[in-house]
Design a protein around this ligand. Sequence first.
Ligand code: ZN
Length: 286
Amino acid sequence: MSDAAVPVTPLASTSHPLQRAGAWAVAVLAGRASPHEVTSAELDAVASRVVADVSTAALAAKDTVAYDWWKVLLALYPNSKATHSKRSRDRAVLESGISEMFVPDISGVPAWPCTFCGARATVVWAKLSLPLFDTNKVLNTLPPGVPGWPVCRGCRVAAWALPYGAWVTAGSATVLSCEEDAAEREFAARNVLHAQRVMQLGFPRARRPGARAELIAARALGAIRPGLPAAATLWSFKNDNKEPWLRVTRTRRAVPLFLATVEGNADLRSAWSRLERALTRRDKNG
Ligand SMILES: [Zn+2]
């Protein structure tokens, strides 16, 4: 235990792809250029918004559009307070339970370094609250006497802001890691808009034809300053509590250069979109 690691800012972005994607989501929701600029008051506001959205989804009736966001939460946090089949159906009870997950770390008491960012943490989380953790086949993943993983408040909020910054479907989520922050922010920003549409309209009406994680990633790479090479990785995963999977797709560093060259030349742009159309295959759902 140590009190030495005091965070300079309330939110860090680490090299863990899920924490990082969540931190970008918080930054976008707070209207900041980067996670490190997010203030404590803005982190509070994002946490309140997450609690409200999660509670709305957890209380939604099955035949409503609001239920679609609950499916997203189920794919990420299948045993959590928000998704468990025995969750409270009383909004006040549910909200207070969800809010408790994001309580500030207490000062003046023994603390641990956060599992993700190393900042001071006085809350420990078990697999129930963390995305992409073990299925219910694994009853306990911790040594005897260890109550959970220490997670600081910033990383706890990031863990639940993740679905805003990820490309989500009703059963999976995809995040982008890139050597250039601009692409990660752009990917998160596009997904935050998509998340808002899903919450308001449900999946069938929120999704634009042809939209998918790879396309959003390609558009996000366009945010990199022209001429800058940057490798990117897409992490797609699902945790349905039965057979979780993770798919990793990497692009070469030259891809943003290629996309910028195409974008900057009218003939190439036109040829590229003709090629896209020629290669596009649609299933019966379009
Ligand atoms: Zn942390």
